[in-house]
Design a protein around this ligand. Structure first.
Ligand SMILES: Cc1cc2nc3c(=O)[nH]c(=O)nc-3n(C[C@H](O)[C@H](O)[C@H](O)COP(=O)(O)OP(=O)(O)OC[C@H]3O[C@@H](n4cnc5c(N)ncnc54)[C@H](O)[C@@H]3O)c2cc1C
Length: 247
């Protein structure tokens, strides 16, 4: 079965929170289980509309792989709406409605090199996509390079740094480049970090992006600033899949 075969029309599923972790001062990881042991059919990179109580539904990318027995979300607190509700009101056992799957920003099986570009919590769909690609590469016995760039505001927002470093150790075809907008290289934790923005970093590292499948997710200003740079470096429009998280 290919990823394309697992598409399903979106529907509303009752679910419950079974795990919560505050992974940064303003970011909370939630794991949900659908009621009655149901499993959500979705493609890596898609998102769900989450709602609870009478809060307006909002889009959140699914960070877990389609095969995982739970749905993982990384919720950044905007101070309003669903994200504030998730911080202030959700607890273990709280009911949440999951309306899913949505979105065209999903992983396509391919032997082309893959470039994954995440800004902030844009890492959520890209975590699922990178995992899907590495699993596919293992099964298909291909070694197409997979390179993840993850740009964050500061060191505290790099909450999956160890996870991706371990993944890079386990998979020789996988490279991981964290980038801090304003890295403080005078402190131990900032030493050796790339500093700046994701688009210029990719421009500096690649002479050409022709032939790549490129997945891009994060805040709209990051996505909008990066897209023209990718095209300038020869990326093909039909092979760029992007998700902008609001204005
Ligand atoms: C495809 C997609 C995937 C996404 N994935 C993620 C994800 O994985 N993780 C994630 O954290 N986000 C994600 N988002 C963003 C998310 O959907 C929401 O837009 C975000 O959480 C804000 O919604 P909210 O309900 O929390 O806040 P809202 O109520 O929508 O408020 C958002 C903003 O509106 C303004 N605002 C609203 N009410 C007031 C008020 N009373 N006073 C002053 N200002 C106000 C504020 O500027 C506030 O920051 C994604 C978005 C899209 C489109």
């Amino acid at each position: 079965m290919t990823a394309a075969d697992t598409a399903a029309p979106p529907q509303k599923y009752p679910a419950r929170v079974f795990f919560i972790e505050d992974i940064a001062a303003d970011t909370r990881l939630l794991r949900l289980e659908l009621d009655n042991g149901r499993k959500l059919p979705f493609r890596a990179g898609q998102y769900a509309l989450l709602t609870a109580a009478d809060v307006e539904p909002r889009a959140f990318s699914i960070a877990s792989a389609p095969a995982a027995p739970y749905l993982e979300f990384h919720v950044k607190n905007s101070g309003h709406g669903f994200s504030a509700f998730a911080f202030n009101n959700l607890a273990i056992g709280s009911p949440v409605t999951v309306d899913a799957p949505w979105g065209d920003h999903f992983w396509r099986p391919s032997a082309r090199p893959l470039l994954a570009l995440a800004g902030g919590v844009g890492i959520a769909p890209l975590k699922a996509i990178v995992e899907a690609q590495l699993e596919h590469a293992r099964d298909a016995k291909t070694a197409a390079p997979v390179h993840l760039y993850w740009a964050v505001r500061d060191e505290t927002h790099l909450y999956l740094d160890h996870f991706f470093l371990s993944l890079a150790e386990a998979h020789p075809a996988f490279a991981y480049t964290p980038i801090i907008a304003h890295a403080d290289t005078t402190h131990a934790e900032g030493a050796g970090r790339r500093s700046g923005y994701i688009g210029p970093a990719v421009m500096a590292d690649f002479a050409s992006l022709a032939g790549h499948n490129i997945y891009l997710a994060g805040p709209a200003p990051m996505v909008n600033a990066t897209l023209p740079l990718l095209l300038e470096r020869g990326a093909e429009k039909d092979f760029i899949f992007s998700d902008a998280f609001g204005g």
